[in-house]
Design a binder for this molecule. Structure first.
Ligand code: 5GP
Length: 205
C-alpha cells in the first residue's frame, strides 16, 4: 500500500529513557494532525499506564492468535514480551489523511520500512548514554535486572541506526523543542517531490 498524498507514516524509536512518551505527548498537544498508534503488548502495565491509552495489554495467547489471524502490521519480542501494531487501526488512520505515529523499536521500524518504503524513521536519543542510564535509574519503575537488559538492548539497537532517516536529541527539559524538531521533519518530508510526483502536471491544470 502506498501512502503518497496521504498522512505520513512516522516511526519514532528511542531507547528506554529517551523521553519518547513526554515528547510525543507534547507533539500531540501542539498539533492535532498526528494520531498515536496504540500498540498491543504482553508486558504488565507500569504504574500510571492506562489500558487502551498507553497500550492494549493482552495475554500471550491472545497476541499469538492475532499474529496468526494477520491482525498485526508488525510485531516483535522485546525483553521477553511481545509488542505489536494493530493493523486495522493503523490503516484506518492512514486513509483518513492524518499522520500516524508508531512508537516502536528498531526491528519493528525496519519491518515497517520494508512494507512502506515512504515511511519516515526517526531515532530519538538522550544527549548521551550516561544521561540515559541516570534517567532510567531515576524513574525507578524497573528492577535493576530490567534496567541492565534495556541498556544492553540500546547498544544492540544503535548498531542499526543506519536504518533511520533522522536522529533527534532530546535534552533534559527540552521536550517542546524536540517536538518542534519532529514537526519540522514532517513539514519538510511532506514537501518532498517523491510524495507528489505529478506536481508539474498539476501546476498547469
Ligand atoms: P516499553 O516496555 O518501554 O513501553 O517498550 C519497549 C520497547 O518496545 C520500546 O522501544 C517501544 O518503542 C517498543 N514498542 C512499543 N510498541 C511496539 C510495537 O507495537 N511494535 C514494536 N516493534 N515495538 C514496540
Amino acid at each position: 500500500m502506498s501512502i503518497s498524498g496521504k498522512g505520513l507514516l512516522l516511526v519514532v524509536s528511542g531507547p528506554a529513557g529517551s523521553g519518547k512518551g513526554t515528547v510525543l505527548k507534547c507533539l500531540m498537544e501542539k498539533n492535532d494532525d498526528f494520531v498515536y498508534s496504540v500498540s498491543a503488548t504482553t508486558r504488565a502495565p507500569r504504574p500510571g499506564e492506562v489500558n487502551g491509552v498507553n497500550y492494549h495489554y493482552i495475554s500471550t495467547e491472545e497476541f499469538e492468535e492475532r499474529i496468526k489471524n494477520g491482525g498485526m502490521l508488525e510485531y516483535t519480542r522485546y525483553c521477553e514480551n511481545y509488542y505489536g501494531t494493530p493493523k486495522k487501526e493503523a490503516e484506518e488512520v492512514l486513509h483518513s489523511g492524518k499522520n500516524l505515529i508508531l512508537e516502536i523499536e528498531v526491528e519493528g521500524a525496519e519491518n515497517v520500512k520494508r512494507l512502506y518504503p515512504d515511511a519516515v524513521l526517526i531515532m530519538l536519543l538522550p544527549p548521551s548514554f550516561s544521561v540515559q542510564e541516570s534517567r532510567l535509574r531515576g524513574r525507578g519503575t524497573e528492577s535493576e535486572e530490567v534496567i541492565l537488559k534495556r541498556l544492553e538492548r540500546t547498544r544492540e539497537e544503535l548498531k542499526r541506526l543506519g536504518s533511520y532517516d533522522y536522529v533527534v536529541y532530546n535534552r533534559d527539559g527540552g521536550a517542546e523543542m524536540t517536538a518542534d524538531d519532529i514537526i519540522s521533519i514532517v513539514r519538510a518530508e511532506k514537501l518532498r517531490l517523491l510524495r507528489s510526483p505529478d506536481a508539474a502536471k498539476k501546476y498547469f491544470e
